[in-house]
Design a protein. Sequence first.
Length: 365
Amino acid sequence: MLLDQANKYIALAEQCGEGKKYPKQEAVATELGLTLYQFKSRLKQARSLVALHKAGKLNQDAKPDVVDGVKAFETPLLPDEDMELPDLLEHMVKRFKKRDRAKKSSNWVKVKVNFDTPFMLVLVGDPHVDDNYFNAEKWMRDIAIVQQHKPYVRSIMIGDNANHWIGRLSNMNYPNQEVTVNHSWKLIEYMFSKEGFDPIIAVNGNHDLWLNQGDPLKFMEKARNVVQGDWTVKFKLCLPNGKEVKMIASHDFPGHSQWNPLHSNLKASMMGVPADVYLSGHKHNWAIMNMPIMAQDRTVWLLRARGYKQYDDYATKLGYEPDMSNVGESIGIVIDPNADKHNWIKCFADIEHGAEYLDFLRNRK
């Protein structure tokens, strides 16, 4: 603000009051196109500026920076590193088109199955591989089952691969966590490898999303052509006989009930997009439900895997008892392409039992 502008604001303020040009300062503000708050703020600045000038602390009469009619010091005009407006708009149009194609292509991703015999998909519950209560023995057993039955068994990762603590949670939990961040990434890399659970689908849960843009897992998944999505992936298995198995894998669906661990999955099946299987994790409990939806002549499976974090201090503080069933960490989904649509899917809380049923189907004559 220049001194003459400051004097103008002060002069206008002095014209406010009873019997003067402006009854109140609101009238001046309105005339200047300002809010009352803006006018008062500028008036305050103006009075400070005038006070500095009267005290001799403000030099409004600086000598010109000229020698013999030429600027004494001349600096170059450096080029702007940002894009010019036309280039910026062209770039934004291209980026939107690319993002738009990506979003549309992720709506019912087609997974082609190139054989017509029974197979199993393993819904891998929240691993939390760096947690002190991570059940590594059960995790390794389940990986071994997947490996023993390949290529007819693959996996779906439902998220929360590690704790990935941030903020105050980082300060509270990392000092007591025995597994280092580097070790956790080694475990995750192995879990996603061909020697691990070897997934075809991977969902990022809330703990994974805390990584924001710094998630190396996304680059691992892309390199191995794993279909990846933040929180939810909708996909369909396209079988050689023309049938399609529609699945929605979500770290969790909206909704909660203390009485029904599958309340959110049930809500999604009744009120959301039609599918054959609704898969989730997140809540560290497990449940399986098979039910018909008569009006649509379809049978659905609702699944929640509890994951490999055997105990949870936070849940204990809230009064929840630990699950000692020793099943449900991951869930086996056995699909028989040649069975009828109400019986072609069977699910198992212990993937070892699922693998045994798969062997039975594949070995029968």
